[in-house]
Design a binder for this molecule. Structure first.
Ligand code: SF4
Length: 452
């Protein structure tokens, strides 16, 4: 008899819930025992590679094992909420539901939704539009609540706040976490609005995790973000660590800061501060403030690629390099394939960097947005390149974004000044052409079976 995937995942969830409960008592002793049990309850082909890596981590007590032990130093309530929301709800039960809806509706259904609660920011970083733009655009609490409620219907339990500075709206952010206690909420933040009172709120709701934006070390960070900004982030990290609260780092690499930001010293400094994860983003030359000279050269991008992969094998921190790690997620994740973005005006965009859309959440449902022309073009076009080191329809395959936007009639959603897709793609074309030979070389060396 064919197995219903939702029922199968519900059974796995129930088993895992027991496992996690058991681990709470004595993780160091019980983790090896549980690994054997996980191998028994999960089908052989289900996350086989990940399970093998996990087994190796336990046997060797390597950096991944050390990271797991750090998770067991967190506040128990926060840890348990994370396991329940992130692993059981978002990744197991949610994924099964997303697949069902995706197959039925013939569209992408996201694992995560990025939301801008506000366009406002309390800082004045060089090159950032937010401070100048101010408090003009906000999603109301009711709109945020409706997006999460609709998302859960589709199987989406992971919500990530961007902005603006999301914590300008910290009361609403916390209220949303409280109302949707079965979801995990993460927020990019400049860190300056995190104080003792906010830590207490995080401990109360349990399902909110901040990711601090850093540009590098103090001098590089403060030259863009203003004097004292780096020390404010260090202070916020210490506060969270003292309260046994989880947090991570988000770092954008450019031709100017790539060496510092991917250095061993940078990794060690954020690990010492208590960060559990670091997300690296490649600079994207989007909008009127774009600075194409900040795009890393092929050699610089390769250096970042090599370093992050090397540190992933040795450092106790979960690192993702969004432009170079597409192979682990099958290429571009936007357009609802794994995520989408809703800006503070309600425009539903395929990606936080792709400011084109046919729809606004104030005039349509989430499912209707997923079936809008640009989202369907993403659905039909992904992956945009067989070489996973060239995943993006804007950065590495600009002819694809150009065509999708023209074919679907999507319009610019840029807050500051609308940008024609041809202007954007003309800007990224030289980069794409320069990166192609190096990307093809790296890809064929690392994946000889898939070389063109
Ligand atoms: S559109 Fe580009 S930047 Fe956005 S998720 Fe896809 S590959 Fe990444």
């Amino acid at each position: 008899m064919a197995q219903n995937p939702s029922l199968k995942n519900a059974a796995i969830s129930a088993g895992l819930e027991q496992v996690l409960h058991y681990l709470e008592k004595d993780p160091e002793t019980n983790i090896p025992k549980i690994m054997k049990l996980i191998d028994t309850v999960t089908p052989k082909d289900w996350y086989a590679k990940q399970r093998a890596a996990f087994r190796k981590a336990i046997e060797e007590k390597n950096n991944w094992y050390q990271l797991i032990m750090k998770v067991y130093e967190l506040d128990p309530g926060v840890r348990q909420a994370f396991f329940r929301n992130f692993i059981l709800n978002a990744s197991l039960q949610g994924s099964a539901r997303q697949e069902e809806v995706s197959a039925r509706e013939n569209c992408n259904v996201p694992w995560a939704i990025l939301l801008d609660p506000t366009s406002a920011c309390n800082m004045h970083c060089t090159g950032c539009w937010a401070a100048e733009y101010g408090n003009r655009l906000n999603l109301t609490f009711e709109e945020l609540d409706s997006i999460v409620t609709q998302g859960k219907e589709l199987g989406t339990y992971m919500y990530i706040f961007t902005g603006g500075e999301p914590l300008v709206r910290k009361k609403d952010v916390i209220a949303l976490c409280e109302k949707h206690s079965d979801c995990e909420f993460l927020s990019f933040t400049n860190g300056t609005l995190i104080d003792e009172e906010f830590c207490q709120e995080m401990l109360r709701v349990k399902n909110f995790v901040p990711a601090f934006s850093l540009e590098g070390f103090e001098a590089a960070n403060d030259s863009r973000r203003g004097e004292g900004a780096y020390q404010k982030v260090r202070k916020a990290m210490k506060l969270l660590k003292d309260h046994k609260l989880p947090f991570g780092i988000s770092a954008c690499y450019t031709s100017a800061n790539y060496a510092d930001i991917s250095s061993e010293a940078f990794f060690d400094s954020i690990i010492d501060a208590g960060a559990l994860f670091v997300w690296f983003f490649h600079y994207m030359p989007v909008g009127s403030g774009a600075a194409p000279q900040l795009l890393p050269t092929p050699e610089q991008r390769t250096e970042v690629y090599d370093r992050i992969r090397a540190f992933r094998k040795t450092k106790p921190i979960f690192s993702m390099d969004f432009q170079n790690d597409a192979e682990y997620v099958g290429g571009c994740i936007a357009g609802g394939r794994r995520y989408l973005h809703i800006n503070a005006r309600g425009d539903v965009e395929p990606c936080v960097f792709i400011h084109y859309s046919n729809v606004n959440i104030r005039n349509c449902t989430l499912l209707e947005a997923l079936k809008s022309p640009l989202f369907l073009a993403y659905h039909d076009g992904q992956p945009f390149n067989g070489n996973m080191l060239r995943p993006c329809p804007m950065l590495e395959n600009p002819e694809k974004l150009r065509k999708m936007v023209h074919d679907t009639g999507a319009v610019s959603t840029d807050y500051e000044s609308p940008e024609a897709v041809d202007t954007l793609c003309d800007r990224t074309t030289p980069y794409a052409e320069a990166w192609k030979p190096q990307a093809d070389k790296l890809w064929s060396e690392s994946h000889p079976d898939q070389a063109e």
